[in-house]
Design a protein. Sequence first.
Length: 113
Amino acid sequence: VQLQASGGGLVQAGGSLRLSCAASGRILRINEMGWYRQAPGKQRESVAIITSGGITNYADSVKARFTISMDNAKNTVYLQMNSLKSEDTAVYYCLARSYVTYWGQGTQVTVSS
């Protein structure tokens, strides 16, 4: 099973980015997908999670700015990030949970102030 993330980059504060992550390989059933992030010197933290049924959960710091969505047919999760702040700068990792948890390789998001 592989998770391929894309969409990171450099953006000015107030700007937007859209991350995508596609899961491929032998996955019997994905129950949820989501995004974590890790900033330099900090622990990895949950950003947003979505279940296959569409239930979402966001970190307080990104509520009303980020939107997570999922295409079940494509095993792909998206993260629309608006009104980006410098504190959103981090490596973003996608994950997929079935009977085990799979992690993507990470994509860098840098927000310049």
